[in-house]
Design a protein around this ligand. Structure first.
Ligand SMILES: C[S@@+](CC[C@H](N)C(=O)[O-])C[C@H]1O[C@@H](n2cnc3c(N)ncnc32)[C@H](O)[C@@H]1O
Length: 833
């Protein structure tokens, strides 16, 4: 039912002119955007027919339903895939089904047609029947046309060469050609879906209608130039401009809409665009005389418009009077934007474009603008283009499904006369007074508009840059952090605060779950030897547990090996954090003390740096008893820091309120699982408790290795306990497709900082306010540990700073995920379901 309610809500908003259908759909954050978009578009297309059926059958009166909800339900019942929900709405629709079907049949008989499609107005039928080719722009910032063609051929597509006629764009499944007008454009059969294709996800190709590629192509800014993209989001044309500029120069991009800008940020990151400067600003308020724009010679102006050229968005049942008012308001806004653009002092060329088929927004706006700006004139663009602007503005381009096999579009290229008064290439337009739009006035309000299709690609495989010596040096100063730098001991009578040294821990901790056996057999002597490399790199903190197989023993053996090898030299200080994970049962002092002694023996220590307590069942309150004893043992000098693992905020508060001082809580925290940010983090900050995080790299799934890879499903694919655990988390969070979006975004951020994707994912969590350290599973005795160490060092190096833009790109993906707090619960609840 959620699908139908959301579709109806969007249609109602569109009816109230609160936005374009596509924008409303994308802004809805609905889980299945594709499904919602299809339903909204189809219902919209058949709107007048559905209205007739609903009116004739008096469905609203019988059901008390609202019109748009009735339309989506009737559409799916009679023309779509059948009602997909259950419950009362289904029952209602089934009750009325025969009458609704009969009414549809009656309308068909009356119109002497047999197919639903034939009921549509002629203009719609033509559009719907004329399925547009799938256009793919090769992103030359990331690849070349030749490489993309080669890749696609190897991927089973058949390349038919360069098209030379429009008819060559009629292609069968799996065939493709090079476009006849635009060199970086490849053309495929209409149903080709690239949304899950590696090249798309890697940002090597951009899914962009051919007409929408014209503006940047015609502006053709040179590398190094300064360019403005005035109404830029979601950024397809910006990325095209950047590609033409080879990422050199300055590309100022403005947009009013924050959400669209967030999408744009992601899109540009994926596309590898780096020469841009995004601004959330009304372009009309940008000061043309500001020194920063003094070198701007090119502007691309693609303002909000009616969207009437977008095949699926055409409103076939619209109110003519309202439309006229809206068009006038849009045209007025477009003219203001144009006039403003032309006031930039160094401007030489401007491209104006709309995805509208209305002359009010196109030729009339240009005509009015040229009248008001006599220093500018039209350039006859792309002579070989088959569809021209309406007379007399044939210098402009128009595009349509029938003549250019694209969406409906309009493009004008304006150029300034040379300073001497000579004209630059092209012909000045001569205005006839009858063409000049008398009605164009300047409106102050922003009109409701339709926006052009936004599409979101992704990024490529890249080996991480190994951190060099300088990284390691930088990192050491940041590496150590006092686990709990505060004076709580003073509040505890009898505390051994003077004698117990507080350990400093590394910001990246070596997690030893990997030696527990859950990740394959462990060669203990090899594991012991492998610890040396971590310690040599300065990564001296190890996190283990009494239930991690031989982890504590391995730590102990390494500790003793270090001592015996020191021959009098200072032994490097290790920090050993372990966990006490008892089965629920009696928690008297003897039990707790014995468990602690066992850990100490295995770890070969006489004081445990940090003891993290876990409890499986909150209904069994003996966790409070256990913590009381642990607190006593701490006072007796056997534990430096008493901590928790996987406790939720409620219990953390309960424990703290009992006067038991807790140093840290170990929780799952990653770009994916951000539950701690909901309330845990705040409580920790207020109570001087640090979070130590695990799962930050999702058991290794958050890495380049899984970028562009098919979803791992089998046991063979998910061969460690970590893989299956975190794959489940990804499934709950939003699934593999969204996860791929995240990988691409992280990888693009990583490239910008010349580090690995894992570094970015780690740094993202390290930067959270309550996070003291991130635990990264250490691959003791496993090949590749070198890379892993350098990544850890780089993650906490001072020169790795995630920018606001990086964060907003990451958040643009994560905000599309499910609410894990609602789904799973607070930290650690996954262990107690
Ligand atoms: C047709 S869309 C632009 C599509 C974009 N050029 C692309 O190719 O991806 C128009 C954009 O203009 C933005 N917009 C509308 N009024 C604006 C203004 N006054 N200043 C800046 N942007 C504005 C809208 O938010 C919308 O994102």
């Amino acid at each position: 039912m959620a699908l139908y309610l959301k579709a109806a809500e969007i249609l109602e908003k569109a009816e109230r002119k609160q936005g374009a259908l596509k924008t409303l759909v994308y802004d809805s954050k609905f889980a299945n955007i594709k499904q919602l978009f299809a339903l909204v578009c189809e219902t919209h297309k058949f709107s007048s027919v559905l209205q007739e059926i609903i009116d004739s059958t008096k469905l609203l009166k019988h059901t008390k339903m609202r019109m748009q909800l009735a339309k989506v339900l009737v559409y799916d019942l009679l023309m779509g895939q059948g009602i997909k929900c259950g419950g009362s709405w289904k029952a209602v629709m089934m009750k009325h089904r025969s009458r609704l079907q009969a009414e549809l049949a009656r309308i068909k008989i009356k119109q002497k047609v047999s197919r639903n499609e034939d009921l549509l107005p002629a203009s719609v039928q033509r559009d719907a029947g004329d399925k547009l080719p799938r256009y793919v722009r090769v992103n030359t910032l990331k690849t070349t046309v030749e490489d993309a063609v080669d890749y696609l051929k190897r991927d089973g597509f058949s390349y038919l060469g360069q098209a030379s006629r429009l008819d060559d764009l009629t292609l069968k499944e799996k065939q493709f050609v090079g476009d006849l007008h635009l060199p970086e454009l490849l053309v495929f059969s209409p149903k080709t879906d690239f949304h899950n294709h590696f090249l798309y996800k890697a940002g090597h190709i951009i899914l962009q209608d051919k007409a929408s590629c014209l503006p940047a192509f015609l502006l053709n800014p040179s590398p190094g130039s300064h360019v403005i993209d005035a109404c830029a989001a979601p950024g397809n044309k910006t990325s095209h401009l950047a590609a033409l500029m080879k990422n050199k120069g300055k590309l100022f991009a403005f947009d009013l809409d924050a959400k669209r800008l967030a999408t744009m940020s992601t899109l540009l990151l994926r596309a590898g665009v780096t020469c841009h400067k995004l601004a959330h600003q009304d372009f009309l308020t940008v000061d043309p005389d500001s020194p920063q724009y003094k070198e701007v010679e090119n502007i691309l102006l693609d303002p909000s418009c009616s969207g009437s050229g977008m095949v699926c968005l055409r409103d076939h049942a619209s109110n003519q009077e309202e439309d006229q008012a809206r068009l006038a308001s849009l045209a007025s806004f477009q003219l203001r934007c144009l006039n403003h653009s032309l006031s930039f002092p160094r401007l030489k060329r401007l491209v104006y474009s709309t995805c509208s088929i209305h002359s009010q927004e196109n030729e009339e706006v240009i005509t009015a603008c040229l009248k008001q700006n006599p220093k500018f004139r039209l350039v006859h663009a792309l002579a070989q283009w088959p569809e021209r602007g309406l007379e007399p503005l044939t210098q402009c381009l128009r595009a349509s499904t029938s003549k250019t096999r694209t969406h409906g579009f309009f493009v004008a290229l304006l150029e300034k006369h040379s300073e001497s008064g000579d004209t630059m290439q092209g012909t000045a337009v001569h205005m006839s007074p009858d063409v000049a739009p008398q009605s164009l006035t300047v409106s102050e309000t922003r009109p409701a508009a339709s926006e052009e299709e936004s599409e979101a690609p992704e990024t490529e495989d890249k080996q991480t840059a190994a951190a060099g010596q300088s990284d390691r040096k930088n990192c050491r100063s940041l590496l150590l952090l006092q686990l709990r730098p505060r004076s709580w001991r003073q509040h505890v009578p009898g505390a051994h605060s003077e004698t117990v040294r507080r350990p400093d821990i590394c910001r990246v901790l070596n997690g030893m779950w990997q030696v527990s056996g859950a990740h394959g057999d462990v060669d203990e002597p090899r594991a012991v030897d492998a610890m040396q490399a971590y310690v040599d790199a300065g990564l001296t903190t190890f996190d283990m547990a009494d239930i991690y197989g031989p982890a504590e023993e391995i730590f102990g053996q390494f500790q003793s090996k270090l001592k015996s090898a020191s021959s009098g030299d200072a032994v490097p200080a290790l920090q050993g954090l372990t966990k006490y994970v008892p089965r629920p049962g009696p928690m008297d002092r003897k039990v707790v003390e014995k468990a602690l002694q066992c850990s100490m023996t295995r770890m070969q220590v006489d004081i445990v740096d940090c003891l993290q307590f876990h409890w499986w069942d909150y209904t069994d309150k003996r966790y409070l008893e256990a913590l009381g004893h642990l607190s006593d043992l701490q006072q007796e000098g056997l534990i430096r820091e008493l901590s928790l693992t996987n406790f939720d905020t409620q219990r953390l508060e309960e424990i703290t309120n009992r006067g038991i001082r807790i140093s840290s809580n170990q929780v799952q925290y990653s770009v994916i699982d951000q539950r701690p940010a909901v309330k845990m983090e705040q409580f920790c900050l207020a109570n001087n408790i640090q979070l130590l995080t695990y799962g930050t790299l999702a058991g290794g799934l958050l890495s380049e290795r899984y970028l562009g890879k098919a979803e791992p499903k089998s046991k063979a694919d998910l061969y460690t306990a970590s893989h299956s655990k975190y794959k489940n988390m990804i499934d709950s969070w939003g699934g593999w497709t969204l996860f791929q979006d995240l990988l691409v975004t992280l990888e693009t951020v990583a490239k910008r900082h010349d580090c690995s994707l894992a570094c970015v994912a780690t740094r993202y969590v390290l930067d959270r306010p309550a996070v003291g350290g991130v635990i990264v599973g250490c691959r003791l005795g496993v090949a590749g540990a070198g890379q892993h160490i350098s990544d850890s060092l780089r993650s906490c190096s001072s020169d790795l700073k995630l920018t606001a833009e990086d964060l907003s790109a990451i958040e643009a993906v994560t905000q599309r995920s499910r609410d894990l707090m609602a789904l799973i619960g607070d930290c650690g609840d996954e262990y107690r379901r």
